[in-house]
Design a binder for this molecule. Structure first.
Ligand code: BES
Ligand code: ZN
Ligand code: ZN
Length: 501
C-alpha cells in the first residue's frame, strides 16, 4: 500500500474517498463539525441533529456516492472527546478508518488532516500516530499461506495537509513510516515459527535488514561464543541441534568519545523448557521467546534509518532451549562471562542464563546506559497481563525518562520493584547464584535481581519484561488484525535514544 502526503489537493479526487475525522465536544456542548468544509457539514447535518453520528472513538459512517468537495465517497470517523485526544486515540481512529476502507473494498482514500489535527499539541507526532495506525493495521502475517487472488484494499492513502504546516506533517510521516516498519519487522520476526527462525536465521535476517544502513553487524558462532566464555548462552544451546549465535549491531551517530547506549534482547528462538519441560498447552507460542531480540533488531534498524545522533549497540544472544542429550540438567553449574557461577535448578529459567553473558559483555563496553528486554517470566503475565510491560530499575531518574519515552511512543509500561531482598533470594547453594528463587512469588522481581548481578555497579540499567506484551492475544486493539507478535518497546527504545542528549 502507498502512503504519502499530498503537496496540494489531489487532482483525481473523484476516484477517491474522503476521510473526515469528527471529535466530540466538551460535555454537553452541541456537536458541530467545525473543522469540516461547508459541503461536508451539510452532508452530515441531519445525522448530527438526530444523534446518529456522535464522534465516538470507534464510530465510522460511510456515505457512499455522496460526494463532498469532489470526492467519490465520504467516510466520517470518530475521534472521541476533543479535549482528551492523544497519540494513541489518533492511532486507533486511523486504524478504524483503515478497517472500514478495507471492508468496504475502497482502493483510494484521502485523510483530511485538518479535521484530525487542527489545534493538536504536536502536529508531527499526531501525523506520525495516524501513519502508525495505518501501517500497524496493514501488517498481517500470512507469508506461509496460499496467496490471495483478489487485490487487498485500500491500495493508496493520501494525507491532505489542508492549511496545516506541510513541513511538520512530512517530518511526522517520514518518522512514522520508519518506526512503524521497524515495529512490523519485529512482529514478523516474532511471528515466525521456531523451525523458520532459528538463531542462525535470526542473525542472517538481522544482517540482511541492516543492509543499506550505517549499521555494522557482527555475528559470533558457537565456537566463538565458547571462546568468549559465554557459559550461559553456550550451556543453554547444548540441548538443541541448532547452533547459538551472538548478534552485535553497532550504530555510530555521534562522536567516538560519546559513550554508547546498549540494548540487549533475549533471542530464545524456541523455549520448550529443556529438561524441565513445559506443558504442551500453547507451547507453540514459545516461538515468540525471541521477541526481546527482535525488539532490539527492530529498534536498531529504526535508529539507523532515522540517523539519530547517538552511539547505540544492540546485543542479541540467540539460542533454542531444547531437551536434547547434551542439554543442561537440573543442578548443573554454568560459569558466566564475568566469572560468576550459576546453579541451574530449573532449565526453563534459561532467558536469564543467556542474558547474563550479554549483560556482562554490555558492561565491558562502558556504556552510558544498558537496557535489556526479554520475554522473561510467566509471573509478569500474571501481574500485568498483556497490557503493560514491567520495567525494573533502581534508578528513579532513569525510570522517569523511560516513562516519558514510553508514553510518547505509545507502549504502556509499569514500574516494578527490585530490591536487595530479591537479590538475596537468588543466592546459590553450590554456586554463587541459583537461576530460580529460593521462595515462591515475586518471580519477575527475582529474575530482574538475577540479571542485575551481571551489570556494572555504576551503570544505569533497566530491565523490560515483555513476556505479556510481546504477544497480542487477539484483535483487542483496532490496529492488530489477529493474535501474534506485537513489537512492544521498539518505539520506546527509539524515543529514548532520540531524547538522549
Ligand atoms: N520464556 C519463558 C517466560 C514466558 C512465559 C514468556 C510465558 C512468555 C509467556 C521463560 O523462559 C520461563 O520459562 N520462565 C519461567 C521461570 C521459572 C522457571 C523460574 C517461568 O516464568 O515460569
Ligand atoms: Zn523458559
Ligand atoms: Zn524463555
Amino acid at each position: 500500500m502507498k502512503l504519502n502526503l499530498a503537496k496540494s489537493t489531489p487532482k483525481d479526487t473523484q476516484s477517491q474517498t474522503l476521510v473526515l475525522f469528527l471529535a466530540k465536544p466538551e460535555n454537553k456542548k452541541k456537536l458541530t463539525a467545525k473543522n469540516f468544509s461547508k459541503e461536508a457539514q451539510s452532508l452530515i447535518e441531519a445525522e448530527l441533529q438526530a444523534g446518529a453520528v456522535t464522534g465516538e472513538l470507534g464510530e465510522t459512517r460511510l456515505y457512499r456516492r455522496q460526494s463532498v468537495d469532489g470526492y467519490q465517497h465520504t467516510l466520517v470517523v470518530g475521534l472521541g472527546e476533543a479535549k482528551s485526544l492523544d497519540h494513541e486515540k489518533l492511532r486507533r481512529a486511523s486504524a478504524f478508518a483503515y478497517r472500514k476502507l478495507k471492508e468496504s473494498k475502497i482502493a483510494k482514500a484521502a485523510y483530511d488532516l485538518t479535521s484530525a489535527l487542527k489545534g493538536y499539541k504536536n502536529l508531527a507526532e499526531g501525523c506520525k500516530a495516524l501513519a502508525e495506525g495505518i501501517l500497524f493495521s496493514e501488517y498481517d502475517f500470512n507469508d506461509y499461506k496460499a496467496k490471495a487472488e483478489a487485490p487487498s484494499f485500500p491500495q493508496e492513502i493520501q494525507f491532505n495537509p489542508g492549511a496545516l504546516s506541510s513541513a511538520n506533517l512530512q517530518k511526522g510521516l517520514s518518522e512514522g513510516l520508519i518506526t512503524a516498519e521497524a515495529v512490523n519487522l519485529t512482529r514478523w520476526l516474532g511471528d515466525h515459527p521456531g523451525n523458520l527462525m532459528t538463531p542462525k536465521i535470526l542473525a542472517q535476517t538481522a544482517q540482511k535488514k541492516a543492509q543499506g544502513t550505517k549499521l555494522k553487524v557482527t555475528v559470533w558462532d558457537k565456537a566463538r561464543i565458547k571462546k568468549e566464555k559465554m557459559g550461559g548462552l553456550y550451556g543453554v544451546s547444548l540441548g538443541s541441534s541448532e547452533e547459538p549465535r551472538f548478534i552485535i549491531m553497532e550504530y555510530k551517530g555521534a562522536a567516538q568519545s560519546k559513550k554508547p547506549i546498549v540494548l540487549v534482547g533475549k533471542g530464545l528462538t524456541f523455549d520448550s523448557g529443556g529438561i524441565s519441560i513445559k506443558p504442551s498447552q500453547a507451547m507453540d507460542e514459545m516461538k515468540y521467546d525471541m521477541c526481546g531480540g527482535a525488539t532490539v533488531i527492530g529498534a536498531m534498524i529504526a535508529i539507523a534509518k532515522l540517523k539519530l545522533k547517538a552511539n547505540v549497540i544492540g546485543l542479541v544472544p540467540a539460542s533454542e532451549n531444547m531437551p536434547g542429550p547434551a542439554a543442561n540438567k537440573p543442578g548443573d553449574i554454568l560459569t558466566a562471562r564475568n566469572g560468576k557461577t550459576v546453579e541451574v535448578l530449573n532449565t526453563d529459567a534459561e532467558g536469564r542464563l543467556i542474558l547474563m553473558d550479554a549483560l556482562s559483555y554490555a558492561t565491558e563496553l562502558k556504556p552510558q546506559v544498558i537496557f535489556d528486554v526479554a520475554t522473561l517470566t510467566g509471573a509478569i503475565v500474571v501481574a500485568l497481563g498483556n497490557t503493560h510491560t514491567g520495567v525494573f530499575t533502581r534508578d528513579t531518574k532513569l525510570m522517569n525518562k523511560i516513562q516519558d519515552a514510553a508514553a510518547a511512543a505509545g507502549d504502556p509500561v509499569w514500574p516494578m520493584p527490585i530490591t536487595d531482598d530479591h537479590v538475596a533470594d537468588m543466592k546459590g547453594t553450590h554456586a554463587d547464584l541459583s537461576n530460580i528463587s529460593s521462595f515462591k512469588g515475586a518471580g519477575s522481581s527475582t529474575a530482574a535481581a538475577f540479571l542485575e548481578q551481571f551489570v556494572g555497579k555504576d551503570i544505569p540499567w533497566a530491565h523490560f519484561d515483555i513476556a505479556g506484551t510481546a504477544w497480542n492475544l487477539a484483535n483487542r486493539v483496532p490496529y492488530v488484525q489477529k493474535k501474534g507478535a506485537s513489537g512492544a518497546i521498539v518505539r520506546t527504545f527509539v524515543e529514548f535514544v532520540k531524547n538522549q542528549k
